[in-house]
Design a protein around this ligand. Structure first.
Ligand SMILES: [Zn+2]
Length: 160
């Protein structure tokens, strides 16, 4: 029962070609701009956060409900989790300092500092939806992904 669930989970994820790229969730998106994944537990349906689900899969450790999971890439629908903090895009709140240090060391300097998580909710939701649309329609296209993240209007679909 668990394996089909994991297959269903990964069928909604599009990974970038580089090891440090984001893995974008393309399933349901909540009204806060973060993803939502439905699972069967204890005889009922339950919605979980895709990034938390991915983190638990990667680490094999259940995450206490009270524990925040933070994105180093600051993209709410990224689910790039790893058991190794160095390569993970999400980490429990207790590792916040490490993640801030890493960001300041400039590992992500090639990436725009987007702070999507700090945008007003409606804007954040729209960015997540736009990003998902771009990925589903065009696959992994860095220029289109950047435009969606920056909120740049890309309304000329016939050009692609
Ligand atoms: Zn990411």
């Amino acid at each position: 029962m668990i394996r089909p669930e994991q297959e269903r989970f990964w069928s909604h994820v599009v990974k970038g070609p580089e090891s440090n790229d984001c893995w974008f969730w393309t399933g349901a998106i909540s009204d806060d701009g973060y993803g939502r994944f439905w699972i069967q537990r204890n005889g009922g349906q339950q919605a979980v956060r895709p990034q938390r689900y991915a983190h638990e899969l990667a680490t094999g450790e259940p995450l206490p409900p009270s524990m925040l999971l933070l994105h180093s890439c600051d993209i709410p629908i990224c689910v790039h989790a790893s058991a190794y903090l160095e390569s993970s895009h999400v980490a429990p709140g207790t590792h916040r300092e490490n993640m801030l240090d890493r960001a300041q060391r400039g590992r992500y300097r090639d990436r725009q500092t987007l702070r999507l998580g700090e945008l007003p909710r409606q804007v954040r939701v729209q960015r997540s939806l736009d990003l998902r649309t771009v990925i589903l329609d065009h696959g992994w296209q860095p220029e289109l992904i950047s435009a969606a993240l920056l909120g740049v209007e890309i309304t000329h679909p016939r050009l692609f």
